[in-house]
Ligand binder design. Structure first.
Ligand SMILES: [Cu+2]
Length: 144
């Protein structure tokens, strides 16, 4: 049989108060956390040549300059995609931000394209170059 002394009850009460207090405190700070004001963001993304001859099981030696782009839901994000390499690359992403934009290889000038998306849905969304799987990939992380 468990018997509770006054001291045990006092400790249990204090612990319970601390737990309830911290949970309600978390709730209050969560509620007080302001929703970020939607921003217009310019992101610069480059195709990069790693300048080695990729082994056949790797497919290529190209990557994106950023593997993660972090934004907030509601932002208008323009990705300025530049290709200073000698191969074409794409910025390809599925729903809900569907895009499939190819930027040609560098000729006399560096080719580029702008991709603008409005981030209406929070989550993690992978993008990739359709010419250079599997390692030419990245993620747009939409907080919200
Ligand atoms: Cu590529």
């Amino acid at each position: 049989m468990v018997t509770w002394s006054t001291r045990d009850l006092l400790i249990a009460t204090i612990l319970l108060a601390a737990i309830v207090g911290s949970v309600s405190g978390l709730g209050a700070s969560y509620l007080a956390h302001p929703t970020p004001t939607p921003q217009t963001r310019d992101i610069y993304l480059f195709a990069q040549d790693l300048s080695f001859s990729a082994p056949s099981n790797l497919g290529s030696d190209y990557i994106y300059s950023s593997s993660q782009i972090t934004v907030n839901r509601g932002d208008t994000v323009t990705i300025h995609f530049y290709n200073p390499t000698d191969k074409a690359h794409s910025f390809t992403i599925g729903a809900p931000y569907t895009n499939d934009v190819v930027v040609a290889a560098q000729s006399t000038v560096i080719q580029n394209a702008n991709i603008t998306i409005t981030t209406s849905q929070a989550g993690s969304f992978a993008f990739h170059c359709k010419f250079h799987p599997p390692q030419m990939t990245g993620t747009i992380l939409v907080n919200g």
